[in-house]
Design a protein around this ligand. Structure first.
Ligand code: FES
Length: 229
């Protein structure tokens, strides 16, 4: 199998090589219309190389059927090369501003999950950023609490395992800390340690990543950290 690549053919389609999987997805939204997940509508047959229509006139989308030649498609790049800050409008929030360059949006809606980034900017008073690191060998989280005007950062050694469910475990543990009267910074520190310990437990057990993270084994330690036992 060759390296995964997308090549833009002049005045023609995208050439995709390397056996890249191709799926048709649709958004699943909650009762407020915010994206919460994707649903796979169709899985296209696996191919080492295929061509995706860029002109919009193919009768066999998403694949190219040669129609671009008949319609005289001109695929010259027209996108702006302006700096991001010059393209974006600034939406001022309580804690931070959001720079939003709508013309760069690919409508993947990753920024529209649960309650929407725009709403969070206007209403959030506590912020937790995950996946933060300053050195390659570490991974952690950073916080900002408007009530105490404090920031914090905690990192642990990066573990070479990756498992489903770690985000849920982390968020649930932060919430558990807050509900038990820990500060945002303390709750986040507890959550980082609990999540990392759970990932390490799963990694050392050699569990297949599809079975998710084993957090149960670390619950006794978590209860002690939360001063519940
Ligand atoms: S790019 Fe070939 S049909 Fe659209």
């Amino acid at each position: 199998m060759t390296d995964k690549k997308v090549k833009v053919i002049a005045d023609g389609p995208y050439q995709v090589t390397g056996g890249v999987a191709l799926d048709l997805l649709r958004y699943i939204t909650n009762h407020k219309g915010y994206s919460v997940d994707y649903d796979r509508m169709k899985k296209y047959p696996e191919r080492e190389t295929y061509f995706l229509c860029r002109c919009g006139d193919s009768k066999n989308k998403p694949y190219c059927d040669g129609a671009h030649k008949q319609v005289g498609f001109v695929g010259t790049e027209t996108a702006s090369h302006a700096a991001y800050d010059d393209m974006a409008k600034c939406i001022e929030g309580k804690l931070m501003d959001l720079m939003d360059a709508e013309e760069l949006c690919s409508v993947a809606r990753f920024c529209d999950t649960k309650s929407g980034t725009w709403n969070l900017i206007e209403t959030a008073e506590k912020i937790v950023l995950t996946g933060v690191y300053f050195q390659e060998e570490e991974l952690g989280a950073a916080t900002y609490d408007a009530h105490t005007n404090t920031t914090d950062f905690i990192a642990v050694s990066r573990i070479p395992g990756s498992y489903h469910g770690t985000g849920d475990i982390f968020a649930s543990t932060v919430l558990a800390g807050l509900m038990n009267d820990f500060s945002l910074n303390e709750a986040t520190r507890i959550a980082v340690r609990f999540t990392a310990n759970s990932i390490m437990t799963t990694y050392l057990a050699g569990t297949d990543h599809r079975f998710g993270v084993n957090f149960e084994a670390n619950i006794p330690g978590l209860l002690k950290e939360l001063e519940l036992v």
